[in-house]
Design a protein around this ligand. Sequence first.
Ligand code: ZN
Length: 159
Amino acid sequence: MKPFAFCPRCATALADRPDGRRACPTCDFVHWDNPVPVVAGIVETPAGVVLVRNQGWPEGWFGLVTGFLERVERPVDGIVREVKEELDLDAEPVDFVGLYPFPQANQIIMAWHLRADGPITISDELAAFKVVPTAKLRPWPLATGEAVRDWLASRRPGE
Ligand SMILES: [Zn+2]
């Protein structure tokens, strides 16, 4: 999400305060710009882990299934719903993997390991998917990749 340029209450242009916050000079609105929680799933099938490419991502980029939470939704239910919506798989949560800051997108990633089996049908949000055998899975240097790194480390202690 782009930062607000105008006050969403009174439409005055926001200004920078001395403390670095963007705020409305007319009313008391402050644009806190707090990180948005995002759920992510390491979806493990018998053939390996499902990675996806969102529409608009460069060719060759793949990541975890991710999504935003609905209002009044438990985070773990949110990732199960996202896996169903994006892959048409009924996934079973196995473990919570961890929390990962993603400051580039102003997000905080909550990652789960889930298991699923069955034919995959991707939603319109996705351009492609691939199933990577777990032994060949390599983490990438961004928030969801850190979750993959930690999950792999927990599976192969000492490696
Ligand atoms: Zn205002």
